[in-house]
Design a binder for this molecule. Structure first.
Ligand code: NAD
Ligand code: DAU
Length: 351
């Protein structure tokens, strides 16, 4: 049977890189991108595949069960890779319910739709849930998150992602759905919405605006280039064992303040500014409420069992990322002005 793969959240940061990878690498698959185009969804991320014959965009909200059923029927969906989510921790602190609605209710809605549509042959179809390392909580020592680490989410965002992971596993156990879950560390790279640390700093350095560092900047994150995450999802989708969980990480831990200083140094060079100019923009601000201290993924399982590992060193990935933002001023202008939200109507209104 020809695969007709529903990728949710495909207009977002990671989803758009995944869609490009799948559309270009697998011309024999039909790729359906389902996205509600919230503030985080940007079809300008997908210009490279817009006209591809194996790519279709469907604007829909995963909270809308009727819309989901219609899309499953219309495209005879064989597999799901689910990325659609509210993804920003700070927003989850001000509006937790939005995270429950999309990440928990939306995910269960999607599971239900898939279960009903695939009824009678559930084992022929895969539901792949893309999740985060934040479900494991915060590390205060030098240990690592394993696939067997107990869940201990600390923010409304991570609590909502943990709940969605549990629902996916509950559907596997109860209804015998074929599922797989992966939990990844912090991604960075082109097309990252400039509310997140790295693109926010790149944009602010460029415009000589303050660089807000939460607390003392001592919190630690493990960073992975977004295209390496997309490659990992490809690997897990094709070779992962049903029912399993795979941790994905960059083996690349950094304190926030060190990342911000690295960005300052690299951008001073690229922008022809005197060394030390951008570091003066660093501004220590009030800490994030309940700020997780450290995340660190042990990605040995996916490395040993499936042969995946990151392809890029961090220094190389950061160079690519900074250069992308400097060379894509129009993308940044559209995102910061909100103009990217008109792109859907320009593209699809008369079709
Ligand atoms: P993002 O915020 O950039 O994109 C999310 C996408 O989902 C957007 O296109 C948005 O329009 C869409 N969306 C939101 N609510 C929706 C709804 N109700 N119905 C349909 N579409 C909706 O997020 P991202 O950073 O690309 O993350 C994608 C997934 O990967 C998320 O599930 C996130 O939890 C997970 N993840 C992200 C990271 C990271 O570092 N960014 C790391 C690990 C896991
Ligand atoms: O670990 C995976 C997670 O990484 C994903 O599941 C989330 O979707 C993704 O947003 C990301 O979460 P973080 O909270 O780690 O990312 P963020 O870029 O928001 O923050 C990174 C670190 O930088 C964190 O310790 C908070 C800090 N920070 C962030 C911002 C936006 C600052 O110091 N200043 C800032 O302005």
């Amino acid at each position: 049977m020809k695969k007709s793969i529903l990728i949710t959240g495909g207009a977002g940061f990671i989803g758009s890189h995944l869609i490009q990878l799948f559309v270009q690498k697998y011309p024999q698959y039909k790729i359906i991108n389902l996205d509600a185009l919230t503030y985080a969804g940007n079809l300008e991320n997908l210009k490279a595949v817009e006209g591809a014959s194996n790519y279709v965009f469907e604007k829909a909200d995963i909270q809308d069960a009727n819309a989901l059923s219609a899309i499953f029927e219309k495209h005879q969906i064989t597999d799901v890779i689910h990325l659609a989510a509210e993804s920003h921790v700070d927003r989850s602190i001000t509006d937790p319910l939005a995270f429950v609605k999309t990440n928990v209710f939306g995910t269960v809605n999607l599971l239900n739709t898939a279960k009903e549509y695939w009824k009678g042959n559930l084992s022929d179809h895969l539901f792949y849930h893309v999740s985060t390392d934040e479900v494991y909580g915060s590390l205060d020592d030098d240990s690592f998150f394993l696939e067997t680490t107990a869940y201990d989410p600390q923010s409304p965002y991570s609590a909502s992602k943990a709940a969605s992971d549990h629902f996916v596993r509950a559907y596997a156990n109860t209804y015998k759905m074929k599922t797989v879950v992966s939990n990844c560390s912090n991604n960075y790279g082109p097309n990252h919405f400039p509310e997140k640390l790295i693109p926010l700093c790149i944009n602010n350095i460029k415009n000589s605006k303050p660089l807000p560092v939460y607390g003392k900047g001592e919190n630690v994150r493990d960073w992975l280039f977004v295209k390496d995450h997309a490659r990992a999802i490809d690997t897990v989708f094709h070779n992962g064992k049903p029912g399993e969980t795979y941790n994905i990480g960059g083996f690349n831990e950094w304190k926030n303040i060190d990342i911000v200083k690295l960005l300052c140094a690299k951008m001073d060079q690229k922008l022809g500014r005197e060394a030390g100019t951008s570091e003066k923009l660093i501004t220590y601000v009030q800490d994030r409420a309940g700020h997780d201290h450290r995340y660190a993924i042990d990605a040995t399982k996916i490395q040993k069992e499936l042969g995946w590992e990151p392809s890029l060193q961090f220094e190389e990935g950061i160079e690519i990322t900074i250069d992308w933002y400097l060379n894509n001023q129009e993308w940044l202008d559209h995102v910061t002005s909100g103009a990217y939200q008109d792109y859907y109507s320009q593209l699809y209104e008369n079709r």
